[in-house]
Write a protein that binds this ligand. Structure first.
Ligand SMILES: Nc1nc2c(c(=O)[nH]1)N[C@H]1C(S)=C(S)[C@@H](COP(=O)(O)O)O[C@H]1N2
Ligand SMILES: [Mo]
Length: 206
């Protein structure tokens, strides 16, 4: 007997090669860091327009404008989490507060313990890309990135860095943690850009 999806529309929302798992897997490399609001800082460094490093305390970061985004989430290991409601600070608010220098085309997002992911400024700057503090109206749980993770819903989920501590503005592209270890520099799930051997010239640093 053919397996007919209950809601055919849900199926067209799945990028090629992805499936919806039973549970809601948590995935990361290494340990879950502790959050200490007094010492926590969010740094913006690299090619800022001012030439200076900008730091937000937890209080300052919490005062930034907020949005809600409903989006699906696609891990390169092929599971997708559908219809997540993320709440947090849009990347546009950060770009307004700390403008990049004119030549910035790429961004590196840094987490606790040195995990990182690079992305094009055009992906960072999308209206649905945000620094999420909430998932489905609750504070993020520690293992999902509390207090802040970036969510880049239109790229594979390794770009959605948990426990974000810094954003680096780049005038030249550089590979992050998984991009250095054989994963695709751009990571568009609709094009199945999983591995670096699939990259076309121009997709990544030389
Ligand atoms: N800091 C950090 N962020 C990370 C990772 C990681 O190892 N460290 N793993 C990524 C990967 S591969 C995925 S699939 C998602 C998983 O998010 P989830 O645990 O909320 O499902 O987090 C991403 N963000
Ligand atoms: Mo992943």
């Amino acid at each position: 007997m053919a397996c007919v999806p209950e809601n055919p529309e849900e199926e067209t929302r799945l990028p090629p090669g992805q499936y919806v798992p039973r549970g809601r897997p948590v995935v990361h490399y290494g340990r879950v860091p502790a959050f200490r609001p007094e010492t926590w800082r969010f740094q913006v460094f690299g090619a800022t327009a001012s030439g200076r490093v900008h730091e937000f305390s937890w209080e300052e970061f919490s005062a930034l404008p907020r949005i809600t985004v409903v989006a699906d989430f696609h891990c390169v290991t092929k599971f997708s989490l559908m219809g997540n409601e993320w709440g947090g600070v849009p990347t546009s608010a950060l770009l307004d507060r700390v403008p990049p220098a004119p030549g910035v085309r790429h961004v590196m997002v840094w987490a606790e313990y040195g995990y990182s992911a690079n992305m094009r400024m055009s992906d960072f700057d999308r209206p649905a890309t945000l620094f999420a503090t909430h998932l489905d109206e609750a504070l993020l749980s520690p293992e999902r990135g509390y207090p802040v993770r970036i969510v880049v819903p239109h790229l594979y989920a390794w770009k959605s860095v948990k426990w974000v501590r810094a954003v680096e503005y780049l005038t030249e592209d550089r590979r992050g943690f998984w991009e250095e270890r054989g994963y695709h520099n751009v990571a568009d799930p609709w094009k199945e850009q999983r591995y670096s051997y699939q990259e076309d010239p121009g997709d990544g640093p030389p």
